[in-house]
Write a protein that binds this ligand. Structure first.
Ligand code: GLU
Ligand code: ZN
Length: 306
């Protein structure tokens, strides 16, 4: 078995845009250059945000751009029992507690805002509420808990989870599993050794590493790519209605994504397959631009959305 397993993990909230192509291409190139496997996982754990038809568009776009994945597509919506088993493991280790706080109570507490939003003030931490439907489950984070890691591109990172993240919700009152838990359980189940994804998730990585440690899962290597931003400096995203990738010939988009990633331009006139083979041979993650945000005024991103 190859020592490298990578993955691309889109949320099916809309079609791929230039920013998601950059992420998919970089993680595919990094895997293929290492002779590794590249898996595809559909992150539809958040049912209400899933857009009908988006998954089919994403799969078709990946195929059209020559980014073929290995094995079966994993879908988070089918894995609730696996996430529940992980919650039971955390519960047995004394890491979970039920929370009965209403939104109004949390808002009135004036809890400090961290990168994760509200840092929970711990009202229910020692209340001993029983787990019950309609009650959220929170992860107990010791106040001084700090987690560090070295990102392959962004360098050394450290975060005090106690101060900046706090006791966050792993299962919402309505039963929805938190993305952080699903991603950690799935990366572990899929044997992912290398995560290549957007820098918007850089500050979510320490809490994922903490969960890996609590669940006894190995820690993958991380590389957080610069984000493609629009002229206003906002991240291209499905939520800001970034234009979908143009249809037809995939090569202009591939050339542009390689340029964004600081990789050499393959000569014109190659087939998409040849272009990607060249790009695999030339792949050099030391040429990646490290700045977490990068405005890109390429022709693809200037195209207007629907
Ligand atoms: N599903 C996440 C997204 O679409 C990516 C998660 C990950 O790569 O860990 O932004
Ligand atoms: Zn509470």
């Amino acid at each position: 078995m190859s020592p490298y397993t990578g993955r691309f993990a889109p949320s099916p909230s809309g079609p791929l845009h230039f920013g998601s192509l950059v992420t998919a291409l970089a993680s595919w190139l990094d895997a293929r250059a290492a002779g590794g496997r590249w898996l595809l996982r559909i992150e539809d754990v958040d049912g209400p945000r899933t857009v009908a038809g988006a998954e089919a568009l994403i799969l078709a776009d990946l195929e059209r751009h020559g980014l073929h994945w290995d094995g079966e597509v994993l879908r988070q919506s089918r894995r609730t029992a696996v996430y529940e088993a992980a919650l039971a493991q955390l519960q047995a280790a004394g890491r979970l507690y039920a929370c009965t706080c209403s939104r109004a109570r949390l808002a009135a507490s004036g809890a400090a805002s961290g990168p994760a939003g509200l840092v929970y003030p711990g009202f229910c931490r020692n209340a001993g509420h029983a787990q019950a439907p309609g009650r959220a489950l929170r992860l107990r984070i010791d106040d001084a808990m700090t987690v560090g890691f070295t990102d392959r591109l962004q360098g050394p990172q450290a975060q005090c989870l106690g101060r900046e993240v706090g006791d966050h919700v792993l299962r919402r009152a309505d039963g929805l599993i938190a993305y952080a838990l699903a991603v950690v359980v799935d990366d572990g189940a899929q044997g992912v050794t290398h995560v290549v994804r957007g820098a918007d998730l850089l500050t979510s990585t320490p809490r994922q590493i903490f969960l890996q440690q609590q669940l006894g899962l190995p820690q993958p290597a991380y590389l957080h790519l610069p984000l493609v931003t629009d002229a206003r400096g906002d991240k291209l995203s499905k939520l800001t209605r970034a234009p979908p990738l143009p249809g037809g010939d995939p090569r202009p988009a591939l050339h542009e994504a390689l340029a964004f990633l600081g990789q050499p331009q393959p000569p014109a006139g190659l087939s998409a397959t040849e272009l990607l083979e060249r790009a695999v041979r030339a792949w050099d993650c030391n040429s990646l631009p490290a700045s977490p945000g990068r405005t890109w005024a390429g022709t693809l991103t200037l195209a207007t959305g629907p």
